[in-house]
Design a protein around this ligand. Structure first.
Ligand code: AMP
Length: 187
């Protein structure tokens, strides 16, 4: 299964993605996680990405697309994957389409986790305390939500038009959200 998990920052994408990937037996491909690993490792990619991440902005497509292309070309992603955090722009949608087409495949389903905005801000501020992420300060959180609304929310219309979109309420207990998603996926 080739699945994309979408949703605003703080909707619980990362948490759900880990559980779902395990359940579906596919790799969890999170661009945010790959960027953070590169930042932690002090790689050139990490140094480049950090400037944008710390400001709540998207890392440029030129960097992000190449990174995803490499990741999806790994053997473990040949029969499926759970994408988390990519694509985030309309240009990335096109790019992903052509990456997958070059392997003769396409996305099977897009799940959007929906969330109340105030709840999302509260969750992110809480995560800031628990995990100490550099991009979880209040100003940066607000910017990340703005960028999501402007650049990423429009993607749902594209996937809806393709008949791929399932919208799932991301609020509530983790296990409840997981079962809602599995229901939508028919699992
Ligand atoms: P996330 O953990 O998915 O919230 O991602 C953390 C940060 O990594 C984002 O705020 C962006 O700065 C960057 N990032 C992750 N995925 C992408 C993407 N597809 N395009 C551009 N930037 C991204």
């Amino acid at each position: 299964m080739r699945i994309l998990l979408m949703g605003p920052p703080g909707a619980g994408k990362g948490t759900q993605a880990v559980v779902l990937a395990e359940r579906l037996g596919v790799p969890h491909v999170s661009t945010g996680d790959i960027f953070r690993a590169n930042v932690a490792g002090g790689t050139p990619l990490g140094i480049e990405a950090k400037r944008y991440m710390d400001a709540g902005e998207y890392v440029p497509d030129s960097v992000t697309n190449d990174m995803v292309r490499d990741r999806l070309a790994q053997p473990d992603a040949a029969n499926g994957f759970l994408l988390d955090g990519y694509p985030r722009t309309l240009a990335q949608v096109d790019e992903l389409d052509s990456m997958l087409a070059s392997h003769g495949s396409s996305l099977d389903r897009v799940v959007e986790l929906t969330a109340d905005l105030d709840e999302v801000v509260a969750r992110l501020l809480n995560r800031a305390v628990e995990q100490g992420r550099a991009d979880d300060t209040e100003d940066v959180i607000r910017r990340r939500l703005e960028v999501y609304t402007e650049q990423t929310a429009p993607l749902t219309a594209v996937y809806n038009q393709r008949g791929l979109l399932a919208q799932v309420d991301g609020m509530g207990a983790v296990a409840d959200v997981t079962s809602r998603i599995l229901d939508e996926l028919g699992i």
